[in-house]
Design a protein around this ligand. Structure first.
Ligand SMILES: [Mg+2]
Length: 141
C-alpha cells in the first residue's frame, strides 16, 4: 500500500484567515491518500472553542506546541491574556521536529520562526504571505 501523503496546516493567519479556500482544497483530497495534520500552538479544545469551523476539515491529527511542551515538562508561564510563554529556543523548533518525526511533506504556515528550523529535505515549508503577521511572543503588546 502506498504511504499516505501528509500535509500540515497552521491555524492562525492560515486556516482561520482563508478558511473557505482551505476547506475547499482539503475537501478535494482523496482522504485515503492524504492525511491532514493541524500543527499549531494551541491545544485542541481551546482552538475548537475559538473556531468550531475547524471540525469541518475532518483532520486526522492535531499537534499542539503548548501540549507538547507540557508533556516535555518545559517551563511554561502565562501572559496577561493567559497565553503560554515558553523559551523560544524550545517553542520555535517544535513544529519542525513534529514535521520531521511525522514526515510531513508540506506545511502551510505564516510564521518565519517555525520555518527556519525545518529541513527542506524532509518537509517543504510554504510560508503564506500574511501582511498583518506579528509574533506576540517576540513583540510586547
Ligand atoms: Mg500562524
Amino acid at each position: 500500500m502506498m504511504k499516505k501523503i501528509k500535509l500540515g496546516f497552521d491555524i492562525h493567519g492560515v486556516l482561520d484567515t482563508h478558511f473557505d479556500r482551505y476547506h475547499k482544497l482539503i475537501s478535494s483530497f482523496d482522504r485515503d491518500k492524504v492525511e491532514i495534520h493541524i500543527i499549531t500552538g494551541m491545544k485542541e479544545p481551546l482552538a475548537l472553542e475559538e473556531n468550531p469551523n475547524l471540525q469541518l476539515l475532518n483532520y486526522d491529527k492535531w499537534f499542539s506546541i503548548h501540549q507538547y511542551c507540557e508533556d516535555l515538562g518545559a517551563d511554561i508561564e502565562f501572559d496577561h491574556k493567559n497565553r503560554p510563554l515558553v523559551d523560544p529556543k524550545i517553542w520555535d523548533k517544535q513544529k519542525a521536529d513534529y514535521c520531521h518525526r511525522e514526515e510531513i511533506l508540506f506545511i502551510f504556515d505564516d510564521s518565519p520562526h517555525y520555518g527556519q528550523h525545518m529541513d527542506p529535505n524532509i518537509v517543504v515549508y510554504l510560508q503564506q504571505h500574511n501582511p498583518s503577521w506579528k509574533d506576540w511572543r517576540h513583540v510586547a503588546e
